[in-house]
Design a protein around this ligand. Structure first.
Ligand SMILES: [Zn+2]
Length: 378
């Protein structure tokens, strides 16, 4: 994708107040931006990195998109921008339209060379230790352009402990003009020692109207996509009101890449929901069989949303994630036993703590779904 000329900020409207509250004249050397996955934190931080590197004299209109620094940034070549992201996130970084070339990049964002074909898929979700080390060691040298240097790390939860310790050292003694932009979906998984050295920024999620309106404005960007409004709303609710995740999943579905992990996960989460809608009649073995190949964290998130809605409805509230299924939820709430439902919620929370290192997805999933069935027994 060629760099585009932008006169407006490329951030979601619900994150705009957060942006407006930033004090560029007095910027902290480390911020930790956290909030639900898929609500635009990454795009926000890209725009923020660009603004911090922009060399325009007018502080109020940064990033200007016209200066040399902005140009370098938009083409993925700014030497003072270092992004430590897993391979799976690289496509989200700004890059020129010559991405496929072997053009060496001055930044440290494109070290694909060390990842051979043999690299495990799992590895690609982690931030490379080598990269972290070399990026942080490189901080002792001054910035290339004499201004700020920005280090973006996302997701911070995926930084391994030795890398986290290296990071901690540089947060304790921050190099001059170096700004760390740290991003996390789950702030509770960030080392407290790192957290305490950052200015915390909480990214809010949009309300449903706002999120859907933004999503619809982005759909023309997916060339040739034809989606029914009702489908889009269903996917929106399924994804827990995270518009950026919905856009990603729509793109993946549209490209009909069956191997795409997200597509598999969405199909699985649908199946899981249909199964859980059966309450005590759930065919849990079948449900686990049909869904266990999907990303475990995604399945757990779906179960959590469903159970959270069920808890709300049981206590005469309205569902937050699946408003369309209010009838089913109300039906289930008639036979659901609250103590068992609460206990199941705890089991889900417990499972989420180890979701990145699941021992045996299928067995765990079967156990959880069997436990779910018990909720409805009289
Ligand atoms: Zn600029």
């Amino acid at each position: 994708m060629p760099p585009v000329e932008r006169s407006e900020l490329n951030i979601a409207p619900w994150l705009r107040p957060l942006w407006d509250a930033l004090d560029f004249a007095n910027f902290p050397n480390a911020i930790l931006l956290h909030g639900q996955a898929g609500i635009g934190k990454f795009a926000f931080s890209i725009e923020l990195a660009k603004a911090l590197l922009c060399e325009s004299s007018d502080r109020l209109t940064k990033p200007c998109d016209h200066c040399e620094a902005c140009h370098w940034f938009n083409t993925g070549n700014h030497p003072d921008f270092i992004a430590l992201v897993p391979e799976t996130h690289r496509k989200l970084l700004p890059h020129g339209d010559y991405e496929s070339d072997e053009t060496p990049k001055k930044g440290k964002t494109a070290r694909e060379d060390s990842d051979g074909d043999g690299a495990e898929k799992k590895e690609k979700k982690n931030i490379s230790i080598e990269e972290t080390r070399s990026a942080i060691e490189g901080l002792s040298i001054g910035s290339h352009r004499g201004g700020n240097r920005v280090i973006l790390i996302y997701p911070l939860e995926m930084l391994r402990s030795d890398s986290a310790n290296t990071l901690l050292k540089s947060l304790e003694e921050p190099p001059a003009n170096t700004i760390f932009l740290l991003l996390a979906d789950r702030v509770d998984r960030v080392l407290p020692t790192i957290r305490s050295r950052c200015r915390l920024l909480t990214a809010p999620r949009p309300n449903r109207t706002q999120g859907l309106a933004w999503l619809k404005s982005q759909l023309p960007l997916i060339a040739g996509l034809q989606a029914k409004e009702g489908d889009i709303e269903t996917i929106y609710d399924e994804q827990g009101g995270a518009p950026y995740s919905v856009l990603d999943s729509l793109r993946a579905r549209h490209n009909k890449d069956d191997k795409d992990e997200l597509t598999i996960s969405i199909a699985a989460s649908r199946y899981l929901l249909q199964s859980m809608a059966q309450g005590g009649r759930i065919a849990w073995l079948d449900a686990a069989e049909k869904t266990h190949k999907a990303q475990f964290s995604f399945l757990l998130a779906t179960m959590q949303r469903w159970v959270s809605d069920l808890l709300l409805v049981t206590q005469s509230g309205t569902p937050r994630y699946y408003p369309k299924h209010i009838g089913t939820l109300q039906g289930l709430s008639q036979t659901a036993q609250l103590p068992k439902l609460l206990h199941f919620w705890k089991s889900l929370v417990q499972a989420r703590r180890t979701e990145n290192h699941p021992l045996a997805n299928r067995i765990q999933l079967e156990a959880l779904l069997a436990q779910y069935q018990q909720i409805f027994e009289t």
